[in-house]
Structure formats: structure tokens, C-alpha cells
Design a protein around this ligand. Structure first.
Ligand SMILES: *[C@@H]1O[C@H](CO)[C@@H](O)[C@H](O)[C@H]1NC(C)=O
Ligand SMILES: *[C@@H]1O[C@H](CO)[C@@H](O)[C@H](O)[C@H]1NC(C)=O
Ligand SMILES: *[C@@H]1O[C@H](CO)[C@@H](O)[C@H](O)[C@H]1NC(C)=O
Ligand SMILES: *[C@@H]1O[C@H](CO)[C@@H](O)[C@H](O)[C@H]1NC(C)=O
Ligand SMILES: *[C@@H]1O[C@H](CO)[C@@H](O)[C@H](O)[C@H]1NC(C)=O
Ligand SMILES: *[C@@H]1O[C@H](CO)[C@@H](O)[C@H](O)[C@H]1NC(C)=O
Ligand SMILES: *[C@@H]1O[C@H](CO)[C@@H](O)[C@H](O)[C@H]1NC(C)=O
Length: 357
């Protein structure tokens, strides 16, 4: 039970721009699943009748010949399992007693099993903070001296049911560290707003990533937390499943920390679906540069991501998008499109947007 290869992919410090975008195309998925124009989308919080309330959100997006299942959970670090099937009739089955047990394998099942064409997962493991005070090189990696990271497995989260909005097909996981001795999150939170779509459109808010019925949008916002230095840059560490022994090729590779790997596997929903025999690949997403603008300006930072199956819908990108990179492995697969926005010009717009939620 250990990850094999680790990838680090820091961004933002490569250009003093407020907005960066990167695209990862990971792993292979069948072409046949792609391009459904519309899907019937439903969001459902799966209740645990047996014990403590745990957030498990199931998004089911049904097309003519396929279904996309997204299972989001804050059980352990925030994680999503994405499963694509070749039938409009596939269903999710959850065994809570197994899911919450030390051996959660099989606690999450998509049926019928032979309809599954593709599956993968993303785990948001840690919120990173760097002191970039003396970093003049905007391409430096890491972009400063790291502060101790906030482990998202040690966050306490809101009740996802209260944030469920069937009208916008969205829900928000909002959390803060359970133990916060220095009270950096006394007035702050880290929020993951998940939104599904029944057809293609482009949101009004920057970075206006075009989304389709094959994607889910994720907006991660750090709001109001006290930075630990005057020039703090933030990042997110994300882990994904490797297929076979290797991780997809990216810019850098390091070997994964042995002590780090088990923490990733303690995400129960990933283990529940995939079992314990998996390789994880991790990468860091960091945005901003010591030269600013930065979190210190408004105490607001957000990352926008699209997650789905297939090629990223990159046509007609917002002119604000300054950088784009794709790693294609020959076939469309799990798609993660990330736009980072250090809020300065858009702060007002976003704060209005936030207050709606
Ligand atoms: C992400 O950054 C943190 C802090 O610098 C570092 O400890 C960790 O190894 C990095 N993770 C990856 C996958 O590079
Ligand atoms: C669905 O499957 C049927 C039969 O295999 C095929 O004729 C049809 O073109 C498919 N529809 C889509 C949208 O892929
Ligand atoms: C759920 O899992 C438990 C423990 O593995 C098992 O005993 C039980 O039969 C399962 N329940 C269902 C409905 O499959
Ligand atoms: C930054 O550099 C100055 C001058 O070298 C030094 O006095 C200061 O302690 C450094 N600050 C940090 C946070 O490293
Ligand atoms: C979560 O919210 C739902 C709906 O408001 C409520 O039924 C449920 O009891 C809540 N759970 C907890 C632990 O507060
Ligand atoms: C939190 O906000 C209150 C009211 O604005 C303020 O008095 C307090 O100092 C803040 N605490 C922290 C840790 O920032
Ligand atoms: C932050 O900036 C203030 C004012 O410029 C300065 O007094 C303080 O020492 C700085 N703190 C750190 C940790 O650099």
C-alpha cells in the first residue's frame, strides 16, 4: 500500500499573472462515452442511518447511453470518485457500515459492475502555505519557505445537506481545521463548491471555464483565514490514482514519501471503491507570486476547476486565461482543468457570489 511516483507541478510563480490555467489529461477513457449534449443531472446526499452524519454527495448525470457518477465526500480528506458507465441505468450502492470500517473496500459500488467503462479519483490532501517574503525568483519551486500544511483530513466540515441547491445543481463543502490553536481560521474557511451541468454553458464569473454535460465544476475558495506571514502564497496538494505502475508524465517526478502515502489511502471513499491496491500520484497547485497580487490583498483566493471525462472544452477561453498546458496521453480520460484566480479586480463580484451560497 504505497504510492509509487509523486509529481509536483507548481504554478503561478512562473508568471506574475493573476490567472493561470492548466490542463491535465490523465489516463485513457473510451471515446464512446463522450460528447453527450445533455444529461439529466440529480444530486443526492446519501444519508448514514447507522451512525454519525457523514457527508456523501452523489451526483448522477444520465445521458442517452451513459451515466457519469461523481461521489464527493469529506470522510477523510475531501475526495471525489468519478465513474463512467455505458448505460443510463447504472446505480450507486453504499454500505455505510463497511465504508466506516477500517476495511472500507467494497463500501461503494456502482452497479452493474460490467457497465463501468472508466473510473478515477481525486483527493484534496493538504492546503499549503508558503512564505514568499524573500523569493525574488518568480519561477522558484517551491515558491517560498513552506509553513506546516493544513491537512484536510483534519478539517471539520459543514452539513452538506444544508448547502444543496437543486436549482443550480450545486453543493458546498465548507470547512476549517478541527484544531486551530493559533486561530488562523477563526474568521476563515476553505470552501469547495461543486456544481454539475445538464448542458454546455459558460459561467458569468471569471475565469469562465466553459463547461459541458460531461463535466463538473469545482470552485475552491480560501476566505478570511489569517495568513501566517506578510507574503503568504497558498497551494493545494492533490492526489490522483495512477493506472498501472506509472503516473502520467508531467513536468517533475519525485519519489513519494512512505509516511505520506498511507495518509492518502485513509480516504475512505477512494479505498471503498478501488480497494487498497493502487498507486497514487500527487501534485501541488500553487498560484500567485511574491510580486503579487496575492492573498494578502483581500484575504481571498480561489481556484476554479473542471472535472470530468474527455477532452477539456478549451475553445473560446476567456482572454484572461494566460497560460494553458495539456498533457495528453493519446486518449481522452479524466480531465482536470484548473484556473487560479488571485482575487483583486474580481473580489467584489466573488464576494457577492459567495454571499448567495
Ligand atoms: C507540496 O508542497 C509541500 C510543501 O512544500 C511539500 O511538502 C510536498 O512534498 C509537495 N507535494 C508534492 C506532491 O510535490
Ligand atoms: C446509443 O446507442 C445506440 C445503439 O447502440 C446508438 O444507435 C446511438 O447512436 C447511441 N447514441 C449516442 C448518443 O451515442
Ligand atoms: C455491509 O457490509 C457489512 C460488513 O462488511 C456486511 O456484514 C453487510 O452484510 C453488508 N450489508 C449489505 C446490505 O450488503
Ligand atoms: C529576508 O532577508 C532579509 C535580508 O537578508 C533577512 O533579514 C530576513 O530575515 C529574511 N526574511 C525571511 C522571512 O527569510
Ligand atoms: C443536516 O441537515 C439536514 C437538513 O437540514 C438535517 O436533516 C440533518 O439532521 C442535519 N444533520 C446534522 C448532523 O445536523
Ligand atoms: C475575527 O473577527 C473579529 C470581528 O471582526 C475580530 O475582532 C477578530 O480579531 C478576528 N479574529 C482573528 C483571529 O482574525
Ligand atoms: C510584516 O510587516 C510588518 C510591517 O511591514 C512588519 O513590522 C513585520 O515584521 C512583518 N512580519 C513578518 C513576519 O515579516
Amino acid at each position: 500500500m504505497r504510492g509509487s511516483v509523486e509529481h509536483s507541478w507548481g504554478w503561478g510563480h512562473c508568471a506574475p499573472s493573476p490567472l493561470l490555467l492548466l490542463t491535465l489529461l490523465l489516463f485513457a477513457a473510451p471515446f464512446g462515452l463522450l460528447g453527450e449534449k445533455t444529461r439529466q443531472v440529480s444530486l443526492e446526499v446519501i444519508p448514514n442511518w447507522l451512525g454519525p452524519v457523514q457527508n456523501l454527495l452523489h451526483i448522477r448525470a444520465v445521458g442517452t447511453n451513459s451515466t457519469l457518477h461523481y461521489m464527493w465526500s469529506s470522510l477523510g480528506p475531501l475526495a471525489v470518485v468519478l465513474v463512467a458507465t455505458n448505460t443510463p441505468h447504472s446505480t450507486l450502492s453504499v454500505n455505510w457500515s463497511r465504508l466506516l470500517s477500517p476495511e472500507p473496500d467494497g463500501g461503494l459500488i456502482v452497479l452493474p459492475k460490467d457497465s463501468i467503462q472508466f473510473s478515477s479519483a481525486l483527493v484534496f490532501t493538504r492546503l499549503l502555505e508558503f512564505d514568499s517574503t524573500n523569493v525574488s525568483d518568480t519561477a522558484a519551486k517551491p515558491p517560498g519557505t513552506p509553513y506546516p500544511p493544513y491537512s484536510l483530513a483534519d478539517f471539520s466540515w459543514n452539513n452538506i445537506t444544508d448547502s444543496l441547491d437543486p436549482a443550480t445543481l450545486s453543493a458546498t463543502f465548507q470547512g476549517h481545521p478541527m484544531n486551530d490553536p493559533t486561530r488562523t481560521f477563526a474568521n476563515g474557511s476553505l470552501a469547495f463548491r461543486v456544481q454539475a451541468f445538464s448542458r454546455s454553458s459558460r459561467p458569468a464569473q471569471p475565469p469562465r471555464l466553459l463547461h459541458t454535460a460531461d463535466t463538473c465544476q469545482l470552485e475552491v475558495a480560501l476566505v478570511g483565514a489569517s495568513p501566517r506571514g506578510n507574503r503568504s502564497l497558498f497551494g493545494l496538494e492533490v492526489a490522483t490514482l495512477g493506472q498501472g505502475p506509472d503516473c502520467p508524465s508531467m513536468q517533475e517526478q519525485h519519489s513519494i514519501d512512505d509516511e505520506y502515502a498511507p495518509a492518502v489511502f485513509q480516504s475512505p471513499i477512494v479505498r471503498a471503491f478501488f480497494g487498497s491496491q493502487n498507486n497514487f500520484c500527487a501534485f501541488n497547485l500553487t498560484f500567485g507570486a511574491s510580486t503579487g497580487p496575492g492573498y494578502w490583498d483581500q484575504h481571498y483566493l480561489s481556484w476554479s476547476m473542471l472535472l470530468g471525462v474527455g477532452f477539456p472544452p478549451v475553445d473560446g477561453l476567456s482572454p484572461l486565461v494566460l497560460g494553458i498546458m495539456a498533457v495528453a496521453l493519446g486518449a481522452p480520460g479524466l480531465m482536470l482543468l484548473v484556473g487560479g484566480l488571485v482575487l483583486l479586480l474580481y473580489h467584489k463580484k466573488y464576494s457577492e457570489y459567495q454571499s448567495i451560497n
